[in-house]
Design a protein around this ligand. Sequence first.
Ligand SMILES: Cc1cc2nc3c(=O)[nH]c(=O)nc-3n(C[C@H](O)[C@H](O)[C@H](O)COP(=O)(O)OP(=O)(O)OC[C@H]3O[C@@H](n4cnc5c(N)ncnc54)[C@H](O)[C@@H]3O)c2cc1C
Length: 394
Amino acid sequence: MKIAINGAGIAGPTLAYWLHHYGHEPVLIERASHLRSGGYIIDFWGPGYEVASKMGLLPRLHELGYDVKDVRFVGSDGQQRGGFSTDAIRRTLGGRFVSLKRSDLAAAIYAALDGKVETIFDDSIATIDDGSSGVHVSFDCHRDLTFDVVVGADGLHSRVRELQFGSERQFEAYLGYKAAAFELQGYPLHEEQTYLSYAEPGRQVSRFSMRDGWTLFLFVYRDFGPANLPLTHAGRKAALRNAFSDAGWECPEILSQMDETAEIYFDRVSQIQMSSWTSGRTVLIGDAAACVSLLAGEGSGLAMSEAYVLAGELARVPDNPLAGLIRYQTRMMPFLFDKQRAARRFASSFVPTTAFGITLRNILSSLFSFPVVGAFLLGRQLRSNFDLPHYDRG
Ligand SMILES: Cc1cc2nc3c(=O)[nH]c(=O)nc-3n(C[C@H](O)[C@H](O)[C@H](O)COP(=O)(O)OP(=O)(O)OC[C@H]3O[C@@H](n4cnc5c(N)ncnc54)[C@H](O)[C@@H]3O)c2cc1C
């Protein structure tokens, strides 16, 4: 089959890899002019880690990744108030865990395509017409093409979802936080293998020292005001200054250096909640289908699992793609709904809204370092009740 995949992030190239593996002809369409770099650091484990293992990616991911040893919660004076050693996480997951830049994961998956999948950059699917002779697709730039199946792998603000299922407003559940991330070169403070985080009621800033003198910053703050987002680079900086201008710790220094960054990731922390991911021969995967939000800390792995299962289910019923799409949805939806529920439960405590809440979180986090308590608390959070299916040629 010839299959259009809108979006070359995490889910799109993973799906392209497996479709190509099963003998199909995927075509990736990416709005950006090249694979996006920068962004934020992700934790990567669970079923997605196992998909990466099947793709032979683990050595490369561990080479690109960071061996984070400690998560440290600090006070305004920079002194430690709470936190835990990531040994507890490693023990719980049997070492099958790595932290790396989202863009490095995306690039590693894309590299695995080995130039065998056509990618149309700087473009997007513009219209979808599901007819009797296939799905007729027009693009913003490219000439029209006809496909057997169209996949929306274009993230939280998916265009394919908008075109085939309806407006984002119907499906987006805003969790009350906004998040921003950027990288700076030469930030003067540097801690190896330590993720540092400072919180005040309703807002939190974290930093992580990376290779070659780069530091990553992640800002998260409560905002139940207008859900609209700043669209320009200048607007994003202004919004961050507005939210953190009177915050303590290193915030004044970080905000003053923010001018040196050329790119800032800025978005609402939201989930996508849908009762169906298929519409005729169009299907959604990854954040486009069921964004779990950064609160789940697992969106990339889940996006890869969905891609692997979609390709596998299509392969199981080679003469009936519509049945393959439904089989994919039936297999994955309950698991994704569970993950979304768990993330929503965690939402109210992610950035505590009171000083007492911050103190309590600091105390509880220290318990993770005790083997038995850590295994109990983290086990519930991290272990997955989903067994990755085995497909004949998978
Ligand atoms: C701050 C933050 C921290 C996170 N931490 C973690 C973590 O620790 N662990 C984890 O596993 N996950 C984490 N996530 C979630 C993870 O990044 C996402 O779940 C994952 O990237 C989803 O992959 P995707 O391919 O569905 O979408 P994306 O990675 O968003 O990729 C979508 C692609 O589609 C392209 N696109 C968009 N619109 C169009 C269009 N109209 N036409 C063509 N192309 C288009 C985009 O340019 C992009 O390349 C975090 C997310 C955030 C925001």
